[in-house]
Write a protein that binds this ligand. Structure first.
Ligand SMILES: Cc1cc2nc3c(=O)[nH]c(=O)nc-3n(C[C@H](O)[C@H](O)[C@H](O)COP(=O)(O)O)c2cc1C
Length: 291
């Protein structure tokens, strides 16, 4: 973690203790003389102290005021509005040709990085592929990968080899997905895209392979991106089939051209939806336990 510490202007500090209360790691102590930053090594630079201080006495070098956004005193979005937005987020599988402005892609990142991350590690990095020739290359590479995989899974010796190398569980997963994979391959042969749905943008959230709990953190970031996209009138669709080759042949993933040492966490199609959904869907009643 960066070696930066909160700074307290003792002249301005009112010793309310708010910063001490919100600090996850007891970096701050309330003493008779005022608030003092002590457990410095433990600061995870979450910024909670800087954004809770009512007097403006506490600042954090990693939290420049000009990059902060003032928050309203009440929740910015009411429950009904939020439910409507959550309902408007759908997996979009048909897009218009309209390009997505770079400014919107940057807004998606802005929203993504407000997500929580384990130990505030913010392990994420973002790559947007907007070049149609690159998108075609990726589509074609995946279609060929899956064509080959399906062929191997279709005969006994291929199945034995897959099971030996990747385990029975991988083979079961492959069998469960084979219908969708066949559709992707066949569609590709006729110029259709059932992988990324002809979206004008492929958004990827990635991180180094060894970053702790990065998969979960990047998934939260991706969820923020999807909601931000919805608020901007954009559509998204998670493309889980972009990740699957990682289990079979990690080397194949180089087709995505991610930075050295990075692995794909979430791949997502982004574009302008061709259709508008009129109603929210109805989900199954989930088991809920309240004790
Ligand atoms: C981990 C994950 C992987 C997914 N992979 C794909 C995919 O490869 N292709 C696709 O069209 N949709 C994919 N989806 C979208 C789901 O099919 C979709 O979320 C689900 O059917 C519910 O529909 P909704 O997103 O419109 O609410 C994926 C979703 C998740 C969470």
């Amino acid at each position: 973690m960066e070696d930066v510490r909160p700074e307290i202007d003792q002249e301005v500090c009112i010793s309310c203790g708010a910063c001490v209360e919100v600090c996850r790691f007891e970096v701050l102590k309330l003493r008779r003389s005022g608030v003092e930053a002590c457990g410095i090594g433990r600061c995870i630079v979450c910024g909670a102290c800087a954004v809770v201080c009512p007097s403006g006495a506490l600042t954090h070098p990693a939290m420049p005021a000009e990059r902060m956004r003032d928050l309203p005193a009440q929740p910015a979005v009411g429950y009904e509005d939020l439910m409507a937005l959550l309902g408007q987020r759908r997996s979009i599988r048909r897009y218009t040709d309209e390009p997505v402005p770079e400014a919107d892609l940057r807004r998606l990142v802005e929203a993504a990085i407000l997500a929580p991350s384990g130990h505030n590690a913010q392990p994420w990095a973002f790559t947007f592929v907007t070049d149609s020739a690159r998108l075609d290359e990726i589509r074609a590479a995946y279609a060929e990968f899956y064509r080959d995989l399906l062929a191997r899974a279709a005969d006994d010796s291929g199945r034995e080899e897959l099971a030996a190398r990747h385990g029975e569980a991988a083979l079961h997963m492959l069998d469960a997905m084979s219908g969708a994979l066949r559709l992707i391959v066949r569609a590709h042969d006729r110029g259709d895209d059932r992988l990324m749905w002809h979206a004008p943008v492929l958004a990827m959230v990635h991180s180094t392979a060894d970053a702790p709990v990065a998969e979960v953190s990047c998934t939260y970031a991706a969820a923020n991106m999807m909601l931000a996209a919805t608020s901007l009138g954009l559509g998204t669709c998670i493309v889980g089939f972009l990740n699957m080759p990682m289990l079979i042949d990690p080397g194949f993933m180089s087709v995505l051209d991610l930075p050295e040492g990075h692995v794909l966490r979430v791949g997502m199609a982004v574009g302008h939806p061709a259709r508008r959904y009129l109603r929210s869907v109805v989900r199954r009643e989930p088991p809920v336990t309240i004790i």
